[in-house]
Write a protein that binds this ligand. Sequence first.
Ligand SMILES: *[C@@H]1O[C@H](CO)[C@@H](O)[C@H](O)[C@H]1NC(C)=O
Ligand SMILES: *[C@@H]1O[C@H](CO)[C@@H](O)[C@H](O)[C@H]1NC(C)=O
Ligand SMILES: *[C@@H]1O[C@H](CO)[C@@H](O)[C@H](O)[C@H]1NC(C)=O
Length: 443
Amino acid sequence: MASVNNLLLIIYLTFIFSPCISAASDSKGFSTNLIHIHSPSSPYKNVKAESLGEDTALKSTLSRHAYIRARQQKALQPEDFVPPPLIPQAIMFLANLSIGNPPTNVYVILDTGSDLFWIQCEPCDVCYKQKDPIYDRTKSDSYTEMACDAPLCLSLGSDAQCSDPAQRFCAYKYSYEDGARTSGLFSYDNVAFTSHYSTEDKTAQVGFGCGLQNLNTVTGYRDGGVLGLGPGQVSLVSQLPAVGKVSKSFAYCFGNVSDPNAGGFLVFGDDTYLNGDMTPMVIDEFYHINLLGIGLGIGEPRLDINSSSFERKPDGSGGVVIDSGSTLSIFVPEVYKVVRNAVVDKLRKGYNIRELRKYPDCFRGKIGRDLEFFPTMVLYLESTGILNDKWSIFRQRYRNAFCLGFTSGDGLNIIGNLAQQSYKFGFNLVQNTLSIESKPNCR
Ligand SMILES: *[C@@H]1O[C@H](CO)[C@@H](O)[C@H](O)[C@H]1NC(C)=O
Ligand SMILES: *[C@@H]1O[C@H](CO)[C@@H](O)[C@H](O)[C@H]1NC(C)=O
Ligand SMILES: *[C@@H]1O[C@H](CO)[C@@H](O)[C@H](O)[C@H]1NC(C)=O
């Protein structure tokens, strides 16, 4: 931990630095703990191991990349709005919320790439298997339907299905790229945040998707729902400031993804905790940051990358998106090639580790045992940076095989979960800044 702080100090000296913003208010926002998907208390702890070839983390990262690009290029019309596929096996942390009265616990995936918060909702027409009990709207005293002309329903835009005059309540429909879909009623209920910062729960009445037809294409269990953290009006990021008198901001921290006992937290609208160094953010439907360069080794020269590879184009495409729903990072091919070569070169020369013949981005060995003193990768951002140690550069796939934690994709860069671990990211949607704070344990 101390060494992480020292490394950060070096980054401080490398840049001309903006001062930290100090806490201005003592209001506590809505917060909850995050649970590692393989933690002993996770409902998904027993998801089966997969073969090296399967790689759901890679597949789901690539399909999110395709989705975000299509949205950027406006290739997707509103009527075929497709939120990114999220596969529980590839996701590291779930938020633990409770909803209704009496409350039902729900474990949902955080998704900065979509806006709607939806859960499976009994009595379902079609519900897929989920590990924990499904929320039942008929058993919740605080459940309320939303009228089609409610402002929140109107803000669903073309995702709302209110054209049928017989339709009294706000209906929605979402399709996933992989064929999964969810539709149901956009309704109100009380959501309790089982506070990370205090013992007191905070409750807010919010609009959420009560999923009545939920089609799963993944074999086995799937998450109980998705917590959209996009900037749109339907998102809790926008709803909570209106109902809870908190600022329009949120922060999350993913602990050590390689440690099933690691924790994390999610907090909404709490400026008190948006500490750390800030970098500007461009917000359209996604959260873009300015990546300026990449280095392998603190104090080493930056890798030879043309910074135009990271730039967001005038038409809004390209750039670098920070995404809570991608496991791996994605670099455009010319960046990927340079970074990959630097990493593989280091493995070959410094560690005598070679690629597995059938899996070009995978290697024989153990990250913990075989990569002692592997250099830290530095993501140089405007005014700050992110340090990635070997546990963020690589991921252990099997007892004796590990793979790169990043891959290649055309036209758009994504900073994924692996690269985000052990940092707290504070998204300030008023000032359009992202604060980045090293928090090894996410306490
Ligand atoms: C989720 O939160 C509830 C309510 O605070 C708690 O009882 C439950 O143990 C939590 N689940 C996990 C896996 O920590
Ligand atoms: C993360 O977890 C792995 C596996 O338990 C461990 O070996 C590693 O030291 C941890 N990293 C940090 C920074 O604590
Ligand atoms: C970087 O790429 C841009 C766009 O492809 C090009 O115009 C520019 O000349 C390149 N710069 C260098 C130093 O190669």
